[in-house]
Structure formats: C-alpha cells, structure tokens
Design a protein. Structure first.
Length: 497
C-alpha cells in the first residue's frame, strides 16, 4: 500500500499511547456518537433496509465473481466515450502513471477530491517528489494537510481534531499554502468553512489538472460516480482541463440500475443523509463541457490476491461508508492513527492485512484490534461479516497459512509471538478429544478454585490486565447432573452415569 504509514508501531503499542490522550478520546466520542445516532434515525426511515443491504451485498459478490468481465466492459465503454484507461499493478506503478500524466500537461499543481485510493498509494508524496503540489480540497482533508497530519477516519479524516484546534491550524498554516486565514477568525463552524472556501477558491479557478477517486464505476455505460457533501468535488471534476481518476478495481458495478441501491444505503450509512448533496456522474469527455482529457487509473495493489481468499474477499464489498468505525468501541478509544493505515477501524483491520499481507508486526497485529462484539457487522450496509474475517486472519497470523501473494500461492509462517497461543490451542484440542482427561481437569479446577489468582502471570498477564478471571462454580456440570437427576433418567442411563 502506501509508504506514508511505514515505520509506525504495532496496534497494541500505538493504542497504548493514544488511549491516554484525553482530548483525542473526547473528540472521538463526541463525533462518533453524534454520527451513529443520526445514522440510526436515517436507517429507521426505510422499511426495506434489510432487503437493500442484502441486494447491495449480492451485487458486489456477483461483480467480484465476474470481475474480469466487468472491468473489460468498463474499459471498452470509457474508451468509446473518449477516456483513457490505465492499469496499475501496485502503488508504485500507479504513482508513476499519475505523475507522468500530470507532467505531460506541463502543470505543477493539481487539485484533489477526497480519495481513499490516493491515500492508499501515497500519491501526494510521490507528486511532491516530482515537484508537483497536490492541494486537498475536502475540508477535513485540508485540515489534515495543513496540520502536516495523517487522516484518522474514512469519512471524516480530521475527526480527531476539535474546532479550536482547527482554528489554530488555519491561523498558523494557511498562509504557507495560499490565501491566509482572516485575522479575526473564530472557531465557529461557519467561519471555519468560509475561511476554507476563500482559501480554496483561487486554487479551483487556476487549476488545470484535477485528481479524484470514484465511489462507483458503472460497467455497462463507462460512467464514474463521486458523491460528496461540500461541492469541492464538483469544482474539481468540472473546472480543470484534465481529470485523472484513481480507483481500486473492486469499485466497479455491472449496471446503471445497480446504482440505485447504493445511492440509498451509502449516504444514510456515512453522513446520515437521505441523499448526498452532490452526486456527480461523468462518462468520458464532452467537448466544451467539463474536462477535455479524462484518464482512469485502475489499481490492483493486493486486491486480486484478496479476491483469491474465499473468506476474506468479502472485504472488497466495502463502499467506504465508515459506519463500522462509528460503532466500534476499539476505534472510539484508540483513534484512527493507531491502525497505521489509511483504512482504520474494523474494515481496516481486515482490509489492510490482506492488501499488505501480515508479514510485518503492524499488519499482523491488526486482526486483533477488535473485541469481536459484532457491532460492525450489524451496521455494514453490504453485510461484510467483519468478525468472521477477523477470526480467519487471526488464524493465519497465529498458525500460518497457504495464501496468495503477487498472484502466486505461497505458504506463510506463523507470526512471531504466538508460540504460547498455538501451544495452548493444541493442548485444548487434545483435552477436548479425551473426555476423561477433561472431566478430571474440570473437577480439579473446581476443587482448587479458592487458590486461583485473580491475575494470570507470564505471557497471559496482559490479557488479565483489563479482565477479571471468571469465578468457577463449586462443582462441575457433570457432577451437578449426576447428583440431581434420578438414576432411571434416560439421558443418565445413556451416558452411563
């Protein structure tokens, strides 16, 4: 994925630090609770929400099974409409293509619509290295860029900042990027938005190159779709002479009619709106109307490898609504930066280790960044069973597995630090296979229960640092059953008790 996040610590280490930041936790708690409460009200308005959710998942699953067909159909229709499609194997490949396309225009500045794909590949850094300045135009992305920060949320990248902190960033940093903030800038949302509007307006009007992502790509028409709430996307998608769109190959959907599903589920799940204020659709180029040159860069970057995993591939259904982040107790307390990826929260915990593999300490730790409470699955508008994939990836980390990397089947070794876990699971399996041993072990545990510590020693110490060991009953269920059931009970006879 991106080099931007390389070198960050594993999730447990990062979370140990971020959970101590009381201001961060207050900002996240306020924002996530507000968004999820509004979302719940918006979802409740649709009596057919379960059917829409199932339909969204079905369309995505069908598309992923026939991805080769729909991608070629998309390319054919975009080319027929005057656009050009480029295929990028990985992040470096994508960055080379995009940089060359910008350089071919002779421009040294670009304006950008908020895009997770460009965050994933580290595009801004690549453009900077080539002497090209990329200006983020989404308000939250602008805040992150001005603050020399990293996004911490899929929908609201600056969710970890409150309005007082944003005002200070605007005061001190806007002048280094263009029009300075007003001297009398307050921290009211209206004043902050106006300062951003004035700062960005001059960039919109002079930019010759725009870069966007895509929420959806429609195969049968060659149409791309971007939904947003601020209008900056509309400016970037219509004013420049050249538009370069960057999208993962999984963003394609078969037909225009399929779009009606997601235009109902995405806004409600993301911004808790019935519809997005701005929905921009374009098909190729049209003379004198919009950009004269249109390029689509399709990125694999680990997606084909993910597709080969029959359990993990459901992560590719994701429509980037961020609903799972807003209900996750781990994300709420640790924040997005702890995940070390452009994709934080529950979806990042299953998507990042598949796109980047689990070979680093950071990526191997992400499947464990969850309580497995299941709230993420309950709110997902395309029914991604995130807990199922988390357990699947934990098995891969702890046990090793045969998986697909760079299109080849390879066997990966277990990650370091899981030897005790593997030994424990093997011992548990052997015990469960030998009922007599299990019975004696249960009786021994109940008879010595007063001697049990409240905290475990050694490698298990961290597990009981935040949990109490369960109190054992005075007798096992088997002993209770034998004592309380009559001798002629049919099940007692059957069990030979």
């Amino acid at each position: 994925m991106s080099g931007t996040y390389l070198g960050l610590p594993s999730f447990p280490k990062a979370a140990a630090s971020s959970t101590k930041d009381t201001q961060l936790r207050a900002n996240l708690t306020h924002a996530t609770h507000t968004i999820r409460d509004k979302r719940a009200r918006a979802i409740a308005e649709l009596a057919d929400w379960p059917q829409l959710r199932a339909a969204g998942a079905a369309v995505k699953d069908h598309t992923l099974r026939h991805l080769d067909h729909y991608l070629l159909q998309l390319e054919e229709n975009i080319t027929a409409a005057g656009g050009t499609v480029h295929w990028a194997l990985d992040a470096d490949d994508a960055n080379r293509i995009i940089t060359r396309l910008v350089q071919d225009t002779g421009e040294t500045e670009v304006v950008k619509v908020k895009s997770m794909a460009t965050q994933e590949i580290g595009l801004n850094d690549a453009l900077t290295a080539a002497g090209i300045t990329a200006y983020e135009t989404d308000l939250a992305e602008l805040i992150v860029q001005l603050g020399n920060d990293l996004p911490s949320h899929i929908l609201v990248p600056a969710i970890h900042k409150n309005r007082h902190q944003i005002r200070d960033i605007f005061h001190t940093q806007m002048t280094t990027w263009g029009r300075p903030a007003p001297d009398n800038l307050t921290d009211t949302p209206a004043d902050l938005a106006e300062a951003a509007r004035l700062h960005l307006r001059e960039k919109f009007l002079r930019a010759k190159v725009g870069i966007s992502g895509a929420n959806f790509m429609i195969a049968d028409t060659g149409t791309l779709v971007v939904v947003e709430s601020e209008g900056n996307g509309r400016m970037c998608l219509t004013l420049p002479e050249t538009l370069i769109s960057v999208a993962g190959i999984e963003k394609v959907i078969p037909t225009f009619q399929d779009l009606e599903i997601y235009l109902q589920t995405l806004p409600r799940s993301s911004t808790a709106e019935r519809m997005n204020p701005y929905t921009t659709l374009w098909t190729g180029t049209t003379h004198t109307d919009g950009p004269e040159n249109f390029h689509l860069v399709l990125i694999d970057n680990g997606r084909t490898d993910t597709l080969a995993d029959t359990t993990g591939r459901q992560a590719l259904r994701c429509i980037r609504c961020s609903a799972c982040l807003n209900v996750c107790p781990v994300y709420e307390r640790a924040g997005g930066h702890a995940y070390g990826s452009p994709y934080p929260g529950p979806i990042g915990a299953i998507l990042t280790p598949q796109l980047r593999t689990t070979t680093t300490e950071l990526d191997a730790s992400l499947p464990y960044a969850s309580t497995l409470c299941g709230a993420c699955y309950d709110v997902c508008p395309v029914a991604i069973n995130i807990p199922q994939v988390l357990v699947h990836l934990r098995e891969r980390v702890a046990q090793g597995a045969t998986t697909t990397q760079d299109g080849q089947r390879v066997t990966i070794k277990p990650a370091k630090g899981h030897a005790a876990e593997r030994a424990t699971m093997r011992a548990a399996r052997w015990t469960l296979d030998h009922p007599g041993v299990m019975r004696q072990g249960q009786r021994l545990a109940t008879r010595t229960r007063h001697l049990h510590p409240q905290r475990l020693p050694g490698p298990a110490k961290a597990w009981t640092a935040t949990r109490d060991l369960p109190t054992l009953p005075p007798q096992t269920f088997r002993d209770w059953w034998q004592k309380n059931q009559p001798a002629n009970h049919p099940q007692t006879k059957e069990n030979g008790q």
